[in-house]
Design a protein around this ligand. Structure first.
Ligand code: S3P
Length: 173
């Protein structure tokens, strides 16, 4: 499969975007872009530090700038930060030059995946299923509106998810 447009993977923190993006990139040979890692490397600090020192808006601004840069280039598999769909301008950029795939996962499974993680400022101090459920409910309309396709992750095998994304990409491009 030749990836000429971008494939943007969106979804809640811990839904598996990074893993699926890496496998997709290995399968297709397309460049892998991990948005959070790129932002951290360019800023020379962790997302936790950035939220602490400069606030969330600063992080969101860098996130928006990165989305625009990626959209200009094309041909990459992009693992987006969970909040990258919060700004309408980001979604417009993604859709301009790519397909947007929403990886949908239940709050309970998300909790199981992220519960020991300390590098997600929004969850630090809020690490429980109730909070994850309410944030997910708040964001769900945005994920749904941004997505060209939704892939339900649940307990599927990773390669099954990758196959589904590839099939959808071929159909939609
Ligand atoms: C965020 C998700 C994180 C990271 C930041 C904010 C969010 O990325 O961008 O902590 O608002 O959902 P992951 O979805 O890769 O954890």
């Amino acid at each position: 499969m030749v990836v000429n447009r971008n494939i943007f993977l969106i979804g809640f923190m811990g839904c598996g975007k990074s893993t699926i993006a890496r496998l997709l990139s290995e399968q297709t040979g397309a460049k892998l872009i991990e948005m959070d890692e790129t932002i951290e490397a360019e800023a020379g600090m962790s997302i936790n530090q950035m939220f602490e020192q400069y606030g969330e808006k600063h992080f969101r601004d860098l996130e928006s700038q990165l989305v625009s840069r990626i959209a200009e280039e094309g041909g990459a598999v992009v693992s987006c930060g969970g909040g990258a769909i919060l700004r309408a301008e980001n979604v417009a950029e993604m859709r301009k030059n790519g397909i947007v795939v929403y990886l949908s996962e239940t709050p309970e499974t998300i909790y199981q995946r992220v519960r020991y993680s300390t590098n997600r400022p929004l969850l630090n101090g809020n690490m429980n299923v109730e909070y994850i459920t309410s944030l997910m409910e708040q964001r769900l309309p945005r994920y749904m509106a941004a997505a060209d396709v939704t892939v339900v992750v649940d307990d599927k095998e990773k390669m099954e998810i990758v196959k589904e994304v590839c099939t959808q990409f071929v159909d939609k491009r």
